[in-house]
Design a protein around this ligand. Structure first.
Ligand SMILES: Cc1cc2nc3c(=O)[nH]c(=O)nc-3n(C[C@H](O)[C@H](O)[C@H](O)COP(=O)(O)OP(=O)(O)OC[C@H]3O[C@@H](n4cnc5c(N)ncnc54)[C@H](O)[C@@H]3O)c2cc1C
Length: 473
């Protein structure tokens, strides 16, 4: 690697360059290494620092005797409110059981019986130690990555832009230099931390989405952001659905119930937002089932045995992202994407719980195989010095602006000012949200509160063009 401001242009070359070390990135890297490819993983933090590490609920796969991929598909499509890409859903649910086997083979341990979760008609959600599923998977595959001689890991290296040559992506521009690669895969996660209240780690800023868009790749569906109804008011720490599934109650400040605790996330979130905040009463449940979570609530200064804890909705999951086909190919040749930063269309307008870890594993693997199978690029970069990468600054004021203007309930008046926001992804979110003049799934517009059957299509943004609705089969 060379310093991007330096004169020397020494380059490293790998078969697959993976940006991001959450579950999507690490699965992609392991899959490619198993195909004898030389892989480099570049991540802006330590290997396991990611949203993946924090995933509490679980990972879905139709493995039970009373279950099958068709039932899993039906539940996914129902959640997605007419907008799921059918071929992506079919791929997700068909591949799921084999991918759970892969994770087990790589060392992840799940409880023997899958559990039932909101929106799933069968018990199909695999958990580790109550609410530690993301941590279990992430640590298991990170150990495997470290032990794999074909994978080089480059931690604490932030990617600022893509290196383009003759219409191809030929690598990345990092803070410390450039890396040339036959194929580049972004697994940089979502953008939840652009909102002031979030369950996401602070680094989840949608940087990969901005980088891809700036390099000419299409992005889509950025208006669809899932807000989790029950995050701890003080910190945004997620209090999993499983607590409500086990019987925890939502109360208003006078101690009255005001909503069906098991209604879909967006319905519960809007019911809480309409009241400003709420209390989650954990006294009726068997708290021993959630030891780690209960400990963390205590550490935050609450005693869930004696008093309900204050909760409020928080930005949680980015449904949109870099447009890809079912094998991770973006619209920019040489560039692939997988995980939360990608948009296959699989989640439609609302994500079914526990389908996103699955998405990382299913589409991460497929993207790795496609990247290696596609004709390797034999391109020398056109210019020895690529143009300097543009970097967005995200501050507290912008996050608050996102919460006010592009939060749970939006309208044109709140979204318009975001079109000139100081960072790119907020501007793209506003463009998509303004273009969709209806309410569907997690996107609720107070000025267009009804779903419009004409708009069952994906909102696609391409550089220098007006937003378009596209139908994906
Ligand atoms: C609290 C919480 C609980 C959740 N619970 C569940 C659950 O139970 N089940 C479920 O299915 N989903 C759950 N989700 C969602 C799920 O965890 C994520 O969708 C998924 O883990 C995303 O994985 P990823 O690999 O795509 O991205 P991430 O895990 O977010 O990883 C992104 C990686 O990219 C790196 N990166 C980002 N930008 C750059 C850059 N510019 N340069 C270099 N590196 C960069 C980051 O450092 C990180 O390593 C939860 C999410 C949260 C936040």
């Amino acid at each position: 690697m060379t310093n991007s401001t330096g004169n020397e242009s020494k380059r490293e070359q790998v078969d697959l360059l993976v940006v991001g070390s959450g579950i999507a990135g690490l699965v992609t890297a392991l899959t490619a290494a198993e195909q004898d490819a030389n892989v480099m993983v570049v991540s802006k933090g330590a290997l396991s620092s990611s949203a993946s590490y924090h995933a509490q609920g679980g990972i879905a796969a139709a493995c039970g005797e009373d279950d099958n991929p068709e039932l899993h598909a039906a539940d996914t499509l129902r959640a997605g409110r007419g907008l799921c890409r059918p071929s992506a859903v079919e791929t997700l649910v068909e591949d799921a059981p084999a991918r759970i086997d892969d994770l087990r083979n790589w060392g992840a341990r799940f409880g023997s019986e899958p559990g039932l979760e909101g929106g799933h008609s069968r018990s199909r959600v695999f958990h580790s130690r109550g609410a530690e599923t993301g941590r279990e998977i992430e640590l298991a595959i990170a150990r495997r990555v470290r032990a794999e001689s074909r994978i080089r890991v480059c931690e604490n290296e932030r990617v600022l832009g893509l290196w383009r040559s003759r219409g191809y992506c030929v690598g990345i521009i990092g803070e410390q230099g450039r890396i040339f690669s036959s194929a580049t895969l972004l697994a940089t996660g979502g953008a939840g931390a652009l909102w002031s209240r979030t369950t996401n780690p602070r680094g989840a800023l949608g940087e990969g989405i901005a980088i891809a868009y700036r390099a000419g790749a299409a992005v889509a569906d950025l208006e669809f952001v899932q807000f989790h109804p029950t995050a701890l008011s003080a910190s945004g720490m997620l209090l999993s659905e499983a607590l409500r599934g086990a019987g925890a109650l939502l109360l208003d400040t006078s101690g009255e119930r005001f909503t069906d605790e098991l209604a879909p996330r967006d319905v519960v979130a809007r019911a809480i937002a309409a009241r400003g905040s709420a209390l989650l009463d954990l006294r009726p449940i068997d708290r021993g089932r959630f030891p780690a979570l209960i400990d963390r609530i205590r550490e935050a200064g609450y005693d869930p045995e004696t008093e309900p804890v204050p909760v409020a909705p928080a930005a949680h999951y980015t449904l949109g992202g870099i447009v890809t086909d079912l094998d991770g190919r973006s619209t920019l040749p040489g560039l692939y994407a997988a995980g939360e930063c990608a948009c296959t269309g699989v989640h439609g307008a609302n994500r079914l719980a526990s389908n996103s870890l699955l998405e990382c594993v299913v589409f991460g693997r497929r993207a790795a195989l496609a990247a290696l199978a596609d004709a390797p690029l034999d391109l020398e970069p056109e210019s020895p010095e690529p143009p300097p990468a543009e970097v967005d600054l995200v501050d507290r004021e912008l996050r608050e602006q996102m919460w006010q203007g592009a939060g749970l309930v939006r309208d044109a008046a709140g979204l318009e000012p975001l079109r000139t926001a100081s960072a790119l992804v907020p501007r793209l979110v506003a463009e998509c949200a303004l273009h969709r003049r209806e309410s569907r799934g997690v996107h609720f517009r107070a000025d267009f509160p009804v779903e419009d059957p004409e708009l069952a299509a994906h909102t696609v943004l391409r550089h220098g063009q007006e937003p378009l609705f596209e139908r994906w089969s």
